[in-house]
Design a protein around this ligand. Structure first.
Ligand code: GDP
Ligand code: MG
Length: 739
């Protein structure tokens, strides 16, 4: 079975030479690969004589008669070259679409060039080599290997005397499987392969039928009718007229004369070399044939244009020319236009080309510039400038972080301490007797909170773990709840601490005690601060991922880019956590402030306590103000005191007041430091802020292999791009030719 496309037979004066020349050019620019070019398909059952017909047409020694010798399509291309050139033959293999890359590249690499002639011996040995390369089974012993393949063997024959001709010889269809060699699957595979060539609406099927068998048994005729119900592109060819039984010729003769044929193109009889002539070296095929049609009855009565390979050749050319005229140029031009458009769309969907380091660098720079633009807009809250901020609120970086800061501050204020400090502010108190110490706890609504938030609050508010696939989870503080402040008396608690560590001090205490108590009082700062910083890291990382997603939709590139950056990115995130740890250590281990607010607060607290005391003693309003010195206060209190306080009570209250004043100053400073240093400087504004990693410098520093790794096109994509580019180029050339 074979496909013969676009014949140009210069020796014959038929057809429009301009048109044929155009088809020639179209073939030269590979247009047949993209659109259905007019083709001639030579089809037939096994041993019907296809190879013999092809040999007659092409003068190539097609391997004949070995039953299964054609296991793959053979594409034979004849090209006429300038008169001063030499004949050259080259062979190659076109791997079938969709074969594994390894198989495809091995087959693609096989070539046989510089063959000057193609006698039956070298043709046969080349075929054996191709069998081997394609990995086809040779015998029954190799039944694990396939018998047929969709890979195509291609022969290019160029020379000043060749016709421009393109033939695809495919296996003959068969109806019986051979044990150990062909299976039912092989049968279907071959049939599908053949049908795919027959279905091309611009193909003309050269349907080869042996004249000596019952035409009704030839499956190929049925297939041809299916593909060409009108019978407008089926050319019937009878072979083996010499083998028809005497007296049985009428049926064939009637068909050839057109009396009973439904085929518009009709039938032609050829007489090929039989086994006998093949053995006879001196026998000349064309002579044997001419003699047969001159002498053998009743064949010699048939019209001369219905017999012989030369008539077939002319017939094919006529048919071909008509076919070309019909489909050319309008239909084909439209088809080329459609294909071209589709290919251009496919190409642009592949994005900017990235095959050279320069292209890869530019590609990454483009991403970086866009990235940095969005970062500055996000930091400046210019959310109107990019649709991303509308589409995904997670990208409103500045606002989200700012809101989270507020939550951190209020959590610190509500949950940051162990025990509520006492507020000595004068309470309205009527009557005689000691004024009760202020309630511990955070005030009026503290009881309500008790039930609602018995377990406290979670320290992590923004957890987008699913968004960033856990790449940075190791750095982040895990989710925990912090308790609400304890309800008990802070004075009792301080007294416990004091009693547990006092020595022989006289009316004073050791500074270390203050440190210890402060440390315990600020115990939850750690969880709250680390939870907050983790959240901001999470927010930042989510932001980075989402911005990248919007400017670089290619997942592979994004992943590779992040892969290169993730170490440094993690370092920078970790730096923010480390900074928070450092601030925690500084604040919780050392007590120190130069802030005058501390002394003032302490002073006020003591005075308020004094006023309370006086109230509780005298019930009177004693005029005390902030300018009353300790000595004066002491005198006032001493004069009126009825129930003197113990040393311990005095000291505990003094410790309380110092701590309360210090805590007020330190916790504000702590909140600010965490926000300004750990999240502000380390994550948002400092020189080592994570988004800053995506810089032109980063791209400039990438070595070529890194560029290739990140932005290089994978082999499949490159191939596809090359294919599309070539396709577009070919089609555009083709379109110009068709103008
Ligand atoms: P294919 O399987 O369709 O390619 O058929 P081949 O071309 O290999 O031919 C099968 C056998 O039929 C070969 O032995 C040929 O020599 C023989 N054959 C083909 N055409 C003719 C013909 O016109 N006359 C005679 N006598 N034998 C022929
Ligand atoms: Mg054959």
């Amino acid at each position: 079975m074979a496909v013969v496309s676009t014949l140009k037979l210069p020796s014959q004066g038929l057809g429009d030479p301009v048109l044929l020349d155009k088809i020639d050019q179209l073939l030269a620019c590979n247009l047949a690969g993209y659109v259905n070019l007019p083709q001639l398909v030579v089809v037939g059952d096994q041993s019907s004589g296809k190879s013999s017909v092809l040999e007659g047409l092409t003068k190539l020694p097609f391997p004949r008669d070995s039953g299964l010798c054609t296991r793959f399509a053979t594409h034979i291309i004849f090209r006429r070259t300038r008169a001063d050139t030499k004949r050259s033959i080259s062979a190659s293999i076109v791997p079938a679409y969709g074969k594994p890359a390894e198989h495809a590249s091995r087959l693609g690499a096989w070539k046989a060039t510089h063959m000057e002639s193609l006698d039956s011996e070298s043709f046969a040995s080349t075929m054996r080599e191709v069998h081997e390369t394609m990995g086809l089974s040779r015998s029954r012993e190799e039944s694990s290997k396939p018998t047929f393949t969709l890979d195509v063997f291609r022969l290019d024959i160029c020379g000043p005397e060749e016709d421009n001709l393109s033939i695809i010889d495919v296996p003959g269809i068969f109806k019986n499987t051979t044990h150990g060699l062909t299976t039912k699957q092989d049968m279907d595979l071959v049939k599908d392969m053949v049908l795919s060539y027959m279905r091309n609406p611009r193909s003309i099927m050269l349907t080869v039928i042996p004249a000596n068998v019952d035409i009704a048994t030839q499956e190929i005729l049925e297939m041809a009718r299916e593909c060409d119900p009108e019978g407008s592109r089926t050319q019937g060819v009878f072979t083996k007229p010499d083998l028809v039984d005497k007296g049985a010729e009428d049926k064939v003769i009637d068909l050839v004369e057109g009396k009973t044929s439904s085929l518009k193109l009709g039938w032609i009889v050829v007489r090929n070399a039989g086994q006998q002539q093949l053995l006879d070296q001196d026998s000349n095929r064309d002579e044997v044939e001419s003699q047969f049609f001159r002498e053998a009855h009743p064949w010699n009565n048939l019209p001369k244009d219905k017999v012989g390979i030369a008539s077939l050749k002319i017939r094919l050319q006529e048919v071909q020319t008509t076919q070309i005229l019909e489909s050319f140029p309008r239909h084909m031009r439209a088809e080329v236009g459609r294909k071209l458009k589709a290919m251009k769309q496919d190409l642009s969907a592949l994005g900017i080309e990235r095959s050279t380091p320069e292209q890869q660098r530019n590609f990454l720079l483009d991403i970086i510039v866009k990235f940095q633009n969005i970062v500055s807009q996000a930091m400046a809250t210019s959310y109107g400038t990019h649709e991303l901020f509308e589409k995904d609120e997670d990208t409103r970086l500045a606002t989200i972080v700012r809101n989270r800061m507020d939550v951190f501050k209020s959590d610190m204020e509500e949950y940051g301490f162990e025990y509520q400090f006492l507020n000595w502010a004068p309470a309205l108190h009527a009557g005689v007797g000691p004024v009760p110490e202020p309630e511990s706890g955070s005030g009026d609504d503290s009881d309500d909170d008790d039930d609602e938030e018995a377990d406290g609050i979670p320290v992590r508010k923004n957890m987008n773990t699913s968004e960033h696939s856990g790449a940075i989870d190791g750095i982040l503080h895990e989710q925990v709840n912090v308790r609400k402040p304890r309800g008990g008396s802070i004075l009792a608690w301080i007294e416990d601490q004091y009693r547990a560590s006092r020595g022989f001090e006289l009316g004073t205490f050791q500074t270390a005690l203050l440190c210890t108590i402060m440390n315990k009082q600020s115990d939850k700062w750690t969880e709250l601060a680390l939870g907050y910083v983790s959240d901001v890291i999470d927010i930042m990382h989510t932001f980075i991922l989402k911005v990248l997603l919007s400017i670089c939709p290619d997942e592979q590139i994004r992943d590779k880019l992040l892969n290169v950056l993730v170490d440094e990115l993690s370092k920078r995130y970790r730096a923010a956590m480390d900074q928070a740890q450092m601030i925690l250590e500084v604040e919780r281990m050392n007590l120190m402030t130069l802030d005058d607010k501390f002394q003032q607060t302490l002073d006020i607290a003591q005075k308020r306590r004094c006023v309370r005391l006086i109230h509780s003693i005298s019930g009177e309003d004693t005029i005390l103000n902030y300018f009353t010195s300790h000595q004066e206060q002491y005198e006032i209190v001493k004069g009126k005191e009825k129930v003197p306080m113990s040393n311990t009570q005095q000291t505990v209250r003094y410790i309380h007041d110092i701590l309360a004043a210090y805590y007020a100053v330190a916790s504000k400073r702590f909140i600010d430091s965490i926000c300004m240093q750990a999240t502000g400087y380390c994550l948002l504004t400092g020189p080592r802020k994570p988004p800053g990693l995506f810089s032109p410098q980063f791209v400039a520093d990438l070595a070529e292999d890194q560029l290739m790794e990140i932005a290089g096109e994978n082999a499949r994509l490159s191939r596809r791009r090359v294919q599309l580019k070539k396709g577009i180029q070919d089609l555009e050339t083709g379109r110009k030719i068709m103008m």
